[in-house]
Each structure stands twice: as structure tokens, then as C-alpha cells.
Design a binder for this molecule. Structure first.
Ligand code: FAD
Length: 291
């Protein structure tokens, strides 16, 4: 099923606002460097939650044979609807065209169109595409895939602020994006005010909340350094408290994500997209609690 169908299937459109009836659940995974069987085992444990699709990340400019094997296995052998991610800064129009042809032949219906991070060595950059809106435009003109794009409730790290970033988000939507998947966040108020700002900017497509269960102190520190993500003080204190106690930290992360998701469900958010980090335990505990 296409993104545009998934998020409108049971929605009641009320004065241009999407009213949400049932949680639309999806999972993000990454292609493992080795032992993909472990990923398949974790995903088989999550299958009972009937995800709308599994999204598969890509490294900047790279769709190698290994990640294609994972994509094919998820789709053909495990029967999942899949949404591969596609970045454009380190690759050419020709390669992108070939990849789009390949996934359409596989029967893939959806794609997450991204710019990707600018490489440290800018010589690795290809100049066919500069921003994600150009990729969205290219995909819309050359395929009938349903296109998702990234959104940043606290503003993208390169943007002066969230307002400038939303102006650029509008370019992706005008080019043909049909759903916005947000970067993970821990402060729901920031997400709610982002939705308001996006709607005020005249963008009416579904906004899907990115949720990442906390698994380790190291993971959080790395993320905060790479992206603009606020960790509320009470949460930061708990992460610090349990930093050397993996199980307690993981349980605390589950509780926090449940609290976040319940609030989002009450606010009738269009969907919950879980950053699973290829692990099923926390996500399944959260879903047992909230569904
Ligand atoms: P863009 O939308 O192009 O925005 C990039 C920056 O440029 C922003 O600051 C924006 O405000 C500005 N901008 C945008 N358009 C214009 C324009 N026309 N003119 C001037 N300025 C502009 N990365 C990966 O490598 N692989 C993945 O699989 C992956 N998956 C992701 C999934 C999600 C849900 C999210 C939120 C991010 C993901 N990323 C992934 C990270 C993403 O590639 C980076 O955040 C990247 O730096 C920006 O990509 P984008 O598509 O948001 O870029």
C-alpha cells in the first residue's frame, strides 16, 4: 500500500486537519554489516504488531548488493511492505534512475527521499542534486512511487531556525512529497508546535512522529552531537543515573517512550515511526503498553 493510502485510509478529513482513528505503526531498520539473519529474527518478533511498512535506511549515496538483498528478503520472503531510503548528494541522476527502476520492478510502492549528509570531503559530492526537493521532483517525474520526506521538529542542524527549515520543507511538499517523517524527538511540545507551524505554512500532508526508545548513554550523546535534539532535564538526569545499568536504562527508555506515544495518540498524530536500531525488545514492550 502507498503512503498516501496508508495515512488517509481511516482518516476523517475535518476542516483540512487529519483526524486519526487508529495508530499507524511503522519500523525503521538499517542494513546490517553482517548476519542479516539477526535482523530478520528481530523483525519476525515485531510482525504481530502489523506494521504498515518497514523503512530501510541507506548510507549516503550507497545502495550496495547487501542492502538490496535485505530489501528483497523483507519484501519477498517476510511479506513486509517496504520503504527504502534514498539519499542524493553523493550519487548521480543515472544511478538514482537505475535504482528507482530496480525497486519498481521489485514492486516497491514507497520511498523516503533524502538529501543525506554533506560528506567531509566535498569531492565525494556529485552535483546532480543539491537538496532533497530536487530528488522528490525527479522521483515524481520518473516514477509513480509515493514519496516521504524528512522533517525536523527542532530545525535541521544546518538551518538557522525551524522557520527557515519549514520554508524548505514546503519546497519538498510542492515537489510532490506525500508524508513527512520526523527526526526523533523527546519533547512532545516541540513536536506539537512544529505541526502548528507546518500547517500555518500551508502544508497539509500527514506528519509522522519519529520515536526512538533509549537504549544507551553513548547512543544519546552521539545523537545530540549530530542533530538538534533537546533532551528534557528530567530525562537527561535519568539517563545519567542509569548510564552504567543497561537493563534499568532500557526499562526507563520504554516508560518514557510509552508516555510520549500515549500523549501523541491522544493528540491524534498521523502515525508512529519507530527507530528500532534493529532490536525488537523495547519496541514490542512499548506497543504492548500503548495499543
Ligand atoms: P533537505 O531537505 O535537502 O535539507 C537539508 C538542509 O538544507 C536543511 O537545513 C534545509 O533547511 C536546507 N534546504 C533544503 N532545501 C533547500 C533549498 N532548496 N535551498 C536552500 N536550502 C535548502 N541519512 C542517511 O544518510 N540515510 C538515511 O537513511 C537517512 N534516513 C533519515 C530518515 C529520517 C526520518 C530523517 C529525519 C533523516 C534521515 N537521514 C538519513 C538524515 C538526513 O539525510 C540528514 O538529516 C541530511 O542532512 C538532510 O537530509 P534532508 O533530506 O532533510 O535534506
Amino acid at each position: 500500500m502507498k503512503l498516501c493510502e496508508i495515512y488517509s485510509e481511516k482518516d476523517i478529513k475535518n476542516n483540512g486537519i487529519y483526524k486519526w482513528v487508529k495508530p499507524k505503526i511503522s519500523f525503521e531498520v538499517f542494513p546490517p554489516q553482517s548476519e542479516p539473519e539477526k535482523l530478520y529474527e528481530e523483525l519476525s518478533k515485531l510482525k504481530k504488531y502489523s506494521p504498515e511498512f518497514i523503512s530501510l535506511t541507506c548510507r549516503a549515496g550507497e545502495h550496495n548488493q547487501e542492502s538490496n538483498i535485505v530489501l528483497e528478503h523483507l519484501k519477498n520472503d517476510m511479506g513486509f511492505n517496504v520503504m527504502p531510503h534514498l539519499t542524493c548528494v553523493c550519487t548521480s541522476k543515472t544511478k538514482i534512475f537505475d535504482y528507482l527502476k530496480y525497486i519498481q520492478n521489485l514492486g516497491v510502492k514507497n520511498i523516503l527521499a533524502l538529501r543525506g549528509d554533506i560528506p567531509e570531503n566535498k569531492e565525494d559530492m556529485c552535483h546532480d542534486f543539491h537538496y532533497a526537493n530536487e530528488l522528490v521532483d525527479f522521483i515524481r517525474k520518473n516514477t509513480d512511487l509515493s514519496i516521504g520526506v524528512a522533517g525536523y521538529p527542532e530545525g535541521h542542524i544546518e538551518s538557522p531556525d525551524v522557520y527557515a527549515d519549514i520554508e524548505n520543507l514546503k519546497k519538498k511538499v510542492d515537489a510532490g512529497a506525500q508524508a513527512i517523517f520526523t527526526q526523533l524527538f523527546f519533547n512532545n511540545d516541540k513536536f506539537f508546535s512544529y505541526i502548528q507551524l507546518v500547517r500555518d505554512a500551508g502544508i497539509n500532508i500527514p506528519i509522522i512522529a519519529g520515536i526512538m526508545p533509549i537504549l544507551s548513554h553513548k547512543q544519546i550523546s552521539k545523537m545530540v552531537n549530530l542533530a538538534r535534539i533537546e533532551i528534557p532535564k528530567t530525562l537527561a538526569d535519568k539517563i545519567e543515573k542509569y548510564k552504567d545499568d543497561f537493563k534499568s536504562l532500557r526499562e526507563m527508555g520504554i516508560d518514557f517512550a510509552c508516555y510520549q506515544c500515549n500523549q501523541l495518540i491522544d493528540a491524534e498524530v498521523a502515525g508512529l515511526h519507530f527507530y528500532t536500531l534493529n532490536k525488537s525488545y523495547s519496541v514490542s514492550q512499548i506497543l504492548e503498553n500503548i495499543l
